[in-house]
Design a protein around this ligand. Structure first.
Ligand SMILES: [Zn+2]
Ligand SMILES: [Zn+2]
Length: 184
């Protein structure tokens, strides 16, 4: 079980890397302690023990600083963000973050069932922190992605007695949203 001390250790290790990059030398204990007051540390620590951490634990994902921050973003932003959107939002508070890390982390969440990877738009892959089964509607004009309740008739995708074990199912609709239809 992961607790606050595990997270603190992980954050300290991350801070040491940032310090070394910035100052070109490894930090001593005192410098690290002083450095902990920075925005980045406070930002992450504020989130510890909250929903993001609980979610990672629930799905058996080791909670590193970056993973907590990315899960926190997904849970607070039900906007079906892309890798770029998550990266732009978080790179200011986590200077060591890279787009590759964001992509790998979101893929990891998806593989563990902690988030959904949506491929409705072939030009951009989106991620969803809402894992309750629901369908998606993509507007072909503005490109926005909307959540749609799954019709009762589609809740059972496979006939009873099927040999397949379903881990995830996706229902995508494409068309024109209300706002775009009114503009036409
Ligand atoms: Zn639209
Ligand atoms: Zn959704």
């Amino acid at each position: 079980m992961w607790n606050k001390d595990n997270i603190k250790v992980s954050i300290k290790a991350k801070k040491a890397v940032i310090y070394q990059k910035k100052h070109g030398k490894a930090c001593t204990g005192t410098e690290l302690t002083l450095n902990l007051h920075c925005k980045h540390y406070k930002f992450i620590l504020n989130m510890v023990n909250k929903e993001a951490l609980d979610t990672l634990q629930k799905y058996g994902i080791h909670p590193s600083v970056q993973r907590i921050a990315i899960m926190d973003y997904l849970l607070k932003n039900h906007t079906h963000p892309t890798v770029d959107e998550v990266y732009v939002a978080l790179c200011k508070v986590i200077p060591t973050l890279s787009k590759t890390t964001v992509y790998n982390t979101l893929r990891l969440f998806s593989d563990h069932g902690a988030a959904l990877m949506l491929t409705i738009d072939e030009k951009k892959v989106c991620f969803d922190g809402v894992i309750v089964p629901h369908a998606h509607f993509m507007c072909k004009r503005c490109g926005k992605l909307f959540d749609v309740a799954l019709p009762e008739s589609l809740k059972d995708f496979l006939p009873a007695g099927s040999d397949f074990k379903v881990d995830e199912a996706h229902v995508y609709y494409k068309g024109v949203c209300k706002a775009c239809a009114m503009e036409a």
